[in-house]
Design a protein around this ligand. Sequence first.
Ligand code: TMP
Ligand code: ASP
Length: 235
Amino acid sequence: MKKSQKLYEGKAKILYKTDDPDKFIAYFKDSATAFDAIKKATIKGKGALNNTLSSIIFQLLNQNKIPTHFIKKLSDREMLVHKVEIIPVEVVVRNIAAGSIVKRLGIPEKIPFKPPLVEFYLKNDQLHDPIICKEHILAMKLAKEDEIEKMKHLALEVNNILSKFFKDHGILLVDFKLEFGKRPDGSIVVADEISPDTCRLWDIKTGEKLDKDRFRFDLGDLLEGYKKVLEKITD
Ligand code: TMP
Ligand code: ASP
């Protein structure tokens, strides 16, 4: 597979075209950002770790018949993915209260959500990814009603699969963010990445936070947390 023109550069990844018009290469950078990139750092080795972790998780989802953009891990920092048009809506699933919902609604941290909560955010850094509802998505024509239902349904299925997977490896899946893409045939698939950058992962035994909150709130070495996740899920 030959990498060609750079299509898009985001905060954590670069997307390249390939010699196959239906396939893109996602390249994981060594950068970490938080709070709409107000806080930034280069963390050597982060790109390779997130590529490895994301590839393992996407493979698991593919095996469980969840439609995703993932085809295969190509190299240390690269994954081969199907071409999709990203729907500019971030879908967050919460099993336990943490992060922005604690601040926004005053819900005490660690309160469980049963059933899990599904939220939508507008993917727009300038507007600081504001929370939106289904009606906003429809009014802004970001997705159709059936597509919104599909995203919600898939997000909850992903939650079931990943919650069990992480639990089996001693990790609590507190919450996570998904992005969805539209394939040329109109079908909706899970896209972007799924990694400790986009999930809150707590060690079940010790309660240690193993995800990007380490970087956001200076809780400890980021790579050390991500490596612990990799060790646990590949034990
Ligand atoms: P939040 O509590 O800050 O809203 O985050 C919810 C989940 O979404 C958490 O697992 C981290 C993830 N997330 C992203 O992947 N990208 C983002 O830009 C933000 C704000 C959160
Ligand atoms: N990914 C977002 C940023 O880079 C925010 C976050 O993950 O906290 O700014």
